[in-house]
Design a protein around this ligand. Structure first.
Ligand code: HEC
Length: 285
């Protein structure tokens, strides 16, 4: 439905708001709604008008932390549900198996199930609490002073320490657009593949790889390499090195290793499961 898919800032004009309400009333369950986020000052003004102030949230910053060295940071942020209800509408969480997609300015795409937002507390940060530059060093990707704005999705991982082992996987920065969509298992589990055998691997590749890479056209655009093609050309030793110690294959590379919060055995297992899965996955013509 083109009116829904069309990008517009819900906050810019009240006419847009009326249009959105009309579209929401039709409530097509599978339509993807891609919404450009308003600028932080516009969002702040909107929320302030309803009595909502930004909060100061302290997190273990995954991009700055190493396995045995947790670095905390304080951000200025809004609870994500306050933003989602305004940008996507009040039924954004009606179907826990749909996915929220966060699209970043640099082509990075993070997709995560709505259920994750019902289980853990997330915030949309737009600045550091102390007012310093809104940037971070991304240790895993060898990048310094990376801009985080306009928005950075952060998680209350002090309240939920299990999130601390995930690294930066679900912490997209430079977020400019949010959408809600039906999960597309056919790209990751096409007809002819035994879905009960590969369902875990499909979820792993989605979680750890497709924010930057692709599978047959599905995934992020930061490094749009088709893993279903490339995996078949790489031997298992080199594959393990790329996933566990990319710096040993290509010093200075921006490819992040699997998070070192996971045990070595677990990382090795994930790497080999992903390799088997990607080798089995048919390459789309
Ligand atoms: C944050 C973005 C990002 C994520 C997430 C990511 N990669 Fe990469 N990957 C890259 C970049 C960038 C390169 C290019 C490295 C270079 O040439 O310096 C790369 C390179 C690779 C290569 C080497 C390709 C070649 O032959 O030159 C493989 C294999 C690979 N990635 C697999 C994966 C797998 C599997 C995952 C998930 C476990 C993953 N990547 C997650 C960014 C990412």
């Amino acid at each position: 439905m083109s009116t829904l898919a069309r990008q517009h800032s819900w906050f810019q004009r009240s006419a847009a708001r009326a249009l959105w309400l009309a579209a929401a009333a039709l409530s097509l369950p599978c339509a993807a709604r891609a919404e450009a986020l308003p600028t932080p000052p516009a969002l702040q003004a909107q929320l302030a008008a309803q009595g909502l102030k930004p909060q100061t949230i302290t997190v273990v910053e995954p991009h700055l932390s190493r396995k045995d060295h947790a670095v905390q940071r304080r951000y200025q942020a809004f609870p994500i549900e306050e933003v989602l209800v305004r940008v996507l509408g009040p039924d954004w969480n009606a179907q826990a198996d749909r996915e929220l997609e966060f699209k970043a300015l640099d082509g990075f795409i993070a997709r995560m199930p709505v259920s994750r937002f019902l289980k853990y507390r997330a915030f949309l940060a737009f600045g550091l609490a102390d007012g310093r530059a809104f940037t971070v060093d991304n240790l895993a990707q060898n990048e310094k002073n990376v801009a985080l704005g306009p928005y950075y999705l952060i998680w209350d991982n002090l309240a939920a320490p299990s999130l601390q082992v995930e690294g930066g996987t679900h912490w997209p920065y430079q977020v400019a657009e949010i959408s809600l969509r039906a999960v597309k298992p056919e790209a990751l589990l096409p007809a002819g593949m035994d879905s009960s055998r590969w369902v875990e691997q499909a979820a792993l590749v989605q979680k750890y790889c497709l924010s930057c890479h692709q599978i047959n056209g599905f995934g992020g655009a930061k490094m749009p390499l088709n893993l279903a093609v490339r995996a078949k050309l790489i031997d298992s030793r080199t594959w393990q090195s790329w996933l566990l110690q990319p710096q040993s294959v290509k010093p200075g590379t921006a490819m992040p290793a699997l998070p070192d919060g996971l045990s070595l055995a677990e990382r090795q297992r994930i790497a080999s499961e992903l390799h088997d899965y990607l080798k089995a996955l048919p390459v789309a013509p």
